[in-house]
Design a protein around this ligand. Structure first.
Ligand code: CMC
Length: 414
């Protein structure tokens, strides 16, 4: 797996070189509330919580989990270890990791009734994220601990969902095509298990490692919409299943995780590399957002795209059709970054190249966002649990801009 390691090292070196001139962030070490911050539409700039879980520095292009650079985690860690890190705050000892993996394995059977629920919905007409949302909700209905809203009980639910969401994603991917779900294998890692659950075939080591890297890269990302949604629901002392259902619903949207699916549709719509410039000119005229570009926080190249882009190049090089898809993407990156001007600082985000990586693994486009959920479950639960430890219900304000003294008009006079 040296080639993947070298690719990550090269991406990290470029990232560090390109942003070395950016100032180091000033950490205060503690937050004294109330804090002063300016808030824009979409809560831009609002500080919703303080956290030790993860940090995104948009100008340096940093993504940090519990102090560790995501480049280092992608190179050296596994998704199991990264999930443990996010949940517990430190890298596990070998005994701690073995116990965590054993606990994950103990949850590696889905209740047959959840498969029945999936079978009973119009599964090939339902978006897989909607099917996943329903399935997670159903899992909660069968867990007698679901309404125990202590950190301890919800941590158990978190581990259960880290084990079971990949299995649900795999079952949904198969049932959509009339195939029966396969039984999980106890020796599989989460990445292998996800691939096996989708394809029913033993994944080769390289494919499993690429999936592991993708899961690490998507595991946490600051106060993004689905993480905030999960935390808001959990802050009312609702239940972790419901909070995750809400997170899945939020991630589904094309402005968020759903962008990875839309990117593939865009590339297919463009058709081939030579059509890119004309397509982009028209998209600009129509004021269309180009999926997979732009970010609220990053004003430097997204570190996740720095790894996923070269991975996409490597995985597509042998197949002419896939190579053309990748070349279309590269031409689109050039057109967008040059066409929108450097002042806007629009770069590809995580969703731009992840879909090409998944497509190269033979995964269906509609399953890309569920794979994102199978990873982000670690970040969602880690952050919801951290907040639960010192909980205060989220309750911002809205500025009322309507009238205040309208006289009630009886129905007969309207
Ligand atoms: N294509 C064209 N123009 C863009 C794009 C884009 N993808 N993204 C931002 N802009 C422009 C936007 O039109 C605006 O220009 P102006 O100032 O002239 O009005 C400016 O850049 C700022 O954009 P914004 O929409 O106000 O930024 P935001 O922080 O509200 O939204 C975003 C961030 C990610 C929703 C947005 O960039 C977008 O819609 N991107 C496409 C969807 C996408 O790729 N989403 C995945 C996000 S990353 C992973 C994840 O969270 O799942």
């Amino acid at each position: 797996m040296d080639e993947i390691r070298e690719l990550i090292q090269a991406a990290a070196a470029t990232a560090r070189k390109e942003t070395s001139e950016e100032p180091e962030p000033a950490f205060t070490g503690s937050v004294a509330y109330p804090v002063d911050c300016s808030v824009d539409r979409g809560l831009a700039g609002a500080i919703a919580a303080d956290t030790k879980i993860g940090y995104v520095n948009g100008s340096k292009g940093w993504l940090i989990y519990r102090g560790y650079d995501v480049f280092d985690l992608s190179e050296h860690s596994t998704f199991e270890e990264t999930s443990f890190l996010l949940l517990n705050g430190h890298l596990p000892t070998s005994a701690e990791l073995a116990a965590f993996e054993e606990k994950l394995r103990s949850y590696s059977q889905l209740p047959p009734s959840v498969i029945q629920v999936l079978r009973e919905m119009p599964i090939n007409e339902t978006h897989p994220m909607s099917a996943l949302r329903t399935a997670v909700s159903f899992l909660g209905n069968w867990d007698p601990t679901a309404d125990t809203t202590t950190v301890e009980a919800e941590t158990e639910v978190a581990i259960r969902l880290i084990a079971q969401i990949p299995l649900l994603v795999g079952a949904i991917a198969r049932l959509r095509h009339g195939k029966d779900p396969v039984d999980p294998k106890p020796n599989h890692t989460l990445a292998q298990g996800l691939l096996y659950a989708m394809n029913g075939e033993e994944p080769d080591a390289k494919t499993a490692r690429v999936m592991d890297v993708a899961l690490i890269l998507h595991a946490d990302h600051g106060m993004n919409a689905s993480t905030f949604t999960t935390m808001v629901v959990n802050s009312s002392l609702s239940d972790m299943y419901g909070s995750i259902v809400a997170g899945i619903a939020s991630l589904k949207g094309p402005l968020h995780g759903g962008a990875n699916e839309q990117v593939l549709y865009t590339l297919e719509e463009i058709g081939n590399p030579d059509n890119v410039e004309a397509w982009f000119t028209k998209a600009r005229e129509q004021k269309r957002k180009v999926m997979g570009f732009g970010h609220r926080v990053y004003k430097a190249y997204d570190p996740r795209a720095r790894i996923l882009g070269p991975l996409a190049a490597k995985l597509t090089s042998a197949d002419p059709e896939m190579k053309a898809l990748y070349e279309t993407a590269i031409r689109l990156e050039k057109a967008v970054t040059e066409g929108l001007g450097t002042e806007k600082k629009i770069f590809p985000n995580v969703d731009f190249y992840s879909g090409i990586v998944y497509r190269a693994m033979g995964i269906e486009t509609a399953i890309f966002t569920p794979i994102f959920a199978a990873s982000r479950i670690s970040g969602w639960t880690a952050r919801a649990l951290e907040y639960l430890g010192d909980n205060r219900i989220f309750r911002p304000r809205a500025v009322y801009t309507g009238p205040t003294s309208v006289d009630y008009v009886p129905m007969s006079e309207r």
